[in-house]
Ligand binder design. Sequence first.
Ligand code: 9GP
Length: 829
Amino acid sequence: ENTAELRPTHPLAIAPVVAPAASVDGFAKQFLQNLNFDQGVTLSNSDVNDQYLALAYTVRDYLMARWFDDRAQQKAQQNKTVCYLSAEYLLGRQLDNNLLAARLTDIATEALAQCGIDIDDLRQVEIEPGLGNGGLGRLAACFIDSLATMSIPTIGYGIRYEYGIFRQAFNEGQQVEQPDAWLRMGSPWDFAHPEAAQTISFAGTTETYDDEGVERTRWVPEWNVLAVPYNMMVPGYHNGRVNTLRLWRAVATNAFDLHTFNSGDYVESVRAQTFAENISKVLYPEDSTPQGKELRLQQQYFFVAASIADFIENVLPDDFDIEKLPERVIFQLNDTHPVIGVPELMRVLVDEKKLEWDAAWAITQKCFAYTCHTLLPEALEVWSVDLLGHLLPRHLEIIYRINDEFLLEVRERFGDDEMLIRNMSIIGEHPSRSVRMAYLATVAGSKVNGVAELHSQLLRDNVLKDFATMWPDKFTNVTNGVTPRRFLRLANPDLSSLITEALGAGWTVDLERLRGLEALADDADFRERFAAVKASNKRRLSSVLEARGEAPLDDGHMLDVMIKRLHEYKRQTLKVLHIVSTYEGIVSGRLDVDEVQARTFLFGAKAAPGYGMAKRIIHLINAVGEVVSADERVKGKLKVVYPANYNVTLAERIIPAADLSEQISLAGKEASGTGNMKLALNGALTIGTDDGANVEIRKLVGDDNFFLFGMSEPEVEELWAEGYRPADFYQKDERLRSAIDLIASGAFSGGDRTVFEPLVSNLLYEDRFMALADFSTYLDAQDRVDAAYADQDGWVRSAILNVARSGYFSSDRAMRDYLDRIWHATPVS
Ligand code: 9GP
């Protein structure tokens, strides 16, 4: 379009953009040119960061022409676009993923070698963008990868946080948080477009006015910020498609007051800038203060308002008939964070586009769908009416009207059942008036889905029961999935080669083909090769750990991993109790040391900075780890490793090396989990409860290849109803008593009994997540693990079957389910 407007005469200006030659020579030339002209250095003067940046620019150059085409097509086409609205994208490193997608890995490696550069050195330089907390954000990243690979026109919308998830360090075993300055060394993968900035308004009042005889309402905001888009390429795997991830950065409208500056008040002169830029400063600012809460709501509105405006103004054609919006877009609400988009779209349609309320509501309901990712009531966001009304007065009015009309519908359907009305109202009254965002999303969404079968069922039966009764067809399930490109092809190159050799290369985009490995589980030669890959992955992980200053892994140990966010419901404490019990059992002679498998327990977990109990658990893991790993009496048998700052990059090294995957949440608490899928896909056997996607993993891999323990969800409910007294379990099981007593005695805190006292009494007298109730079956299951691991041949067979039967957990399958059940969008050719 630009070229048309500019009426160019130069032939190159109207010729299509062409990618550099896909050859070693072509790549080397482009790389050197980028080094010279973009980085401003010669090869001999360049350092490794210059080289990494130039390499990234070069990969981009190969993808650029396709990106231009795909964006032009998006505007011209009639296809529906999936707009994924997510506060988190936990992308991981980009370089390898993009090289792989564009089939450039070998060419780039050779071209750099010819320049005297080892590409591995450049890989290490990349700082991963940690723009997410854990599963939710990584899921969003897997989904956009699959959508690009399936040629579905997609825009991922989110926030370009200046500081992503904090960097974790340990100081005397305790977590300390450091800012994650991921942009410090440049950000070669995104493109700023300040010219496409959106103005986002806040606060102020609303007023009615006469619009040629029609009374209308308008919002008179008090202040604005600019939302500047940064576009990232999302290349599909080997299909030439390049979608877009558009992340918004907040910039002040009037960044700098020269007059104030000249009067000498330098701090005041940039106040507006600081205030505005705080909005995209950090991922999940601490929200225990009112300011923190307001900032989070600002972030949410900021990115969804910018995204909706961007889609309407820049992605749709200029003459687009807004009433046809549902034909062209589905806004997928990734959890409750983007739900303020519902009243925002209503505001745009009613106040700006001047549609009638009913017509606007009909459009809005078709344009949104909602995924709920949790069952924990505290994770379902609510905003106080005061805060929402102050920050977004027009939106609160709109929410009230949506609620009024919705409650009328409820009355029509169920009569004047005041209790039911109160329970279903979008506005909660207790403890104070608030907007229940999950309810708003459910009322507005065309579909509501949970993220694993059990989770979706519990949503229908408990959390959103009344809504499911009212609209049974609205509710559906899409079990999560993970991208096989990053989590098998890239993370586990040796296993990938083995699979490709056995089955051909098609499995990367059709993961069900892994079924073909089942037959090979009985082939001794294949088992040997599979086991050799695992062993080599362990050695690789060991070097990574050593490079980070950790102790290397011991040969022959089972690698038992628990890698996930630190949360009480995930029950890292239960894992610690197992470690302490085994340690105590060996030291006291209760356990026959020969019966105990040599194990390394590996943890990776960050705790939310304001979550005191989770931080205490981290301290306990480190304290136990220090004592156990140093005790000569268990040397060679037990070891605990807890590398700090677990992130996607580290996960990609741990997962392929793991033997045992710990998925031990209390049944009914983990919505799905995705680490469980990644580990099974890489041949780790799961020890787990019947929770989240574990249920489906177990069904698929088979009971013989999965170690199930613990109460089922109905049993959990039953125990609560009976009255749960954790101390009774402590009294009943000697192993449990000894483990808890050892922690309480100060054995892991230099004799100081006070350090872990809060944790111990929490377990004995509260234990919200019933670790003590599941302890004995957990230990029994661990005994079964030990026995199974002793039979290496049998273990490897089970590991192969885990890989063979995990094809269902591809995010490509998850995307197909979203497309069929929710989005009804189709691929572009
Ligand atoms: O806790 C869930 C996790 O079980 C799930 O796998 C992930 C992706 O669906 O979402 C997590 N939820 C959140 O992070 C917040 O709701």
